[in-house]
Design a protein. Structure first.
Length: 103
């Protein structure tokens, strides 16, 4: 009786280990867009970046995004999205003058 119970517990643990192992293998190799997938080649240079966000109310906000060397100002809201201004020349962080408190 104890031998059979021990046999079934060990068998159950073995099956659970197999299921977890298969899940890890599927996660690692079968998902093409997964960053952990060695076959997935990620573009090392980011082309799209959110620069700043400004909430206007609880449903809408202004978002400044940068794509390559151009910035675009978007208004995102529940009623729809609107391009406020596009093709703004991007100011890189080294070009932005620092605000210094006056002495």
């Amino acid at each position: 009786m104890i031998d059979q119970l021990l046999y079934w517990v060990i068998s159950l643990l073995f099956v659970i280990a197999l299921i977890l192992g298969m899940a890890l293998l599927i996660k690692k190799f079968a998902l093409p867009n997964s960053p952990n997938n060695p076959l997935f080649k990620r573009n090392k240079q980011k082309r799209l970046e959110i620069i700043e966000q400004l909430p206007l109310d609880h449903k809408s906000r202004l978002v400044l995004i940068r794509r390559d060397d151009k910035e675009h100002l978007l208004m995102l809201g529940q009623s729809g999205d609107l391009v406020v201004e596009s093709n703004i020349p991007a100011k890189h962080p080294q070009e932005v003058p620092e605000k210094r408190p006056e002495d």
